[in-house]
Design a protein around this ligand. Structure first.
Ligand SMILES: Nc1ncnc2c1ncn2[C@@H]1O[C@H](COP(=O)(O)OP(=O)(O)OP(=O)(O)O)[C@@H](O)[C@H]1O
Ligand SMILES: [Mg+2]
Length: 261
């Protein structure tokens, strides 16, 4: 069966893409789905750091450039058994040539070894060439205006390239200055997969090189993340956005972006 390929994306950096990618992949794998986590961040790969696999010296670049097969470029994470293709840390930033993208993504798409492939990407636009190979982009945003504004730009880009997208809101802390979930649903037209809390377990887990969901499965972040992976697993219905209060100023920002795309 063809794998379902999810590209974890954001236009703005530092919003939690790698954190989500690592924990979502482990959660899906623990539910019994054959899952590959692949670091496609060609400038600042950090999956290896989050998982304590910094020593791996073969990974994404070798695979997409045809120097290694999918199996050769994939390592197994000792603590969880997750299959991981790292971006090697001693590799200088590189540009993925169009023929590499075509080779790498078409090979992934034909793989029967995995049910889910989670791609952790660099901040910014997805190269349009990849759009045809990725089943869905999961846009990560934090609940603040700069992050959501950039997420709406990414939404417009994905719509233009006819690429499926969803959103996951990270670092929700219920502060009065945060953008309310209802307003987020109002400005983003796609489906929202969930809300992950601000939680100390995340920086603690990164410092320990042990993913949050492994370090403390009962932490709020881990529970919320499992809810998201459950939604992928059962392909459940979209969040109910029917009761959205219209007319917030952030919505007007969203409309302005949509008008200009
Ligand atoms: N839910 C959370 N609670 C607390 N801290 C968080 C949470 N999510 C992410 N962080 C913190 O935010 C920082 C950035 O996270 P991460 O590296 O996952 O972001 P990123 O989007 O992958 O960054 P980049 O764009 O550089 O690749 C980390 O130091 C992490 O501890
Ligand atoms: Mg990252």
């Amino acid at each position: 069966m063809k794998p379902y390929i999810i590209r974890i994306s954001s236009f703005k950096g530092g919003v939690g893409k790698t954190t989500v990618a690592v924990n979502l992949a482990i959660s899906l794998q623990r539910m019994g789905y054959e899952t590959l986590l692949m670091d496609v961040d060609t400038t600042n790969p950090s999956v290896g750091i989050h998982l304590g696999m910094s020593e791996a010296n073969i990974g994404t670049k070798e695979f997409i450039s045809g120097k290694a097969t999918l199996t050769q470029a994939t390592s197994v994470h000792g603590a969880t058994g997750l299959h991981v293709m790292v971006g090697t840390l001693n590799e200088p930033p590189y540009f993925a040539k169009p023929e590499w993208i075509q080779h790498g993504y078409s090979t992934l798409g034909k793989s029967t070894a995995y049910q889910f492939i989670i791609l952790d990407s660099a901040p910014g636009f997805t190269p349009a060439q990849q759009a045809g190979y990725v089943d869905e982009a999961l846009i990560i945003s934090t609940p603040d205006i700069p992050s959501l504004t950039s997420a709406v730009k990414l939404e417009a880009f994905y719509n233009k390239h006819r690429m499926n997208h969803k959103m996951l809101v990270n670092r929700v802390d219920n502060r009065r200055y945060e953008v309310h979930p209802k307003e987020i649903s109002e400005i983003y037209e796609g489906s929202i997969m969930g809300f992950l809390p601000e939680d100390d377990i995340v920086p603690k887990s990164i410092a320990a090189h042990i993913p949050a969901i492994v370090l403390d499965r009962k932490a709020l972040f881990s529970k919320a993340l499992r809810y998201v992976s459950d939604r992928y697993a059962v392909n459940s219905a979209e969040l109910d956005t029917a009761k959205i209060v219209k007319g917030g100023w952030l919505n007007r920002v969203g409309r302005r972006f949509r008008r200009t795309r």
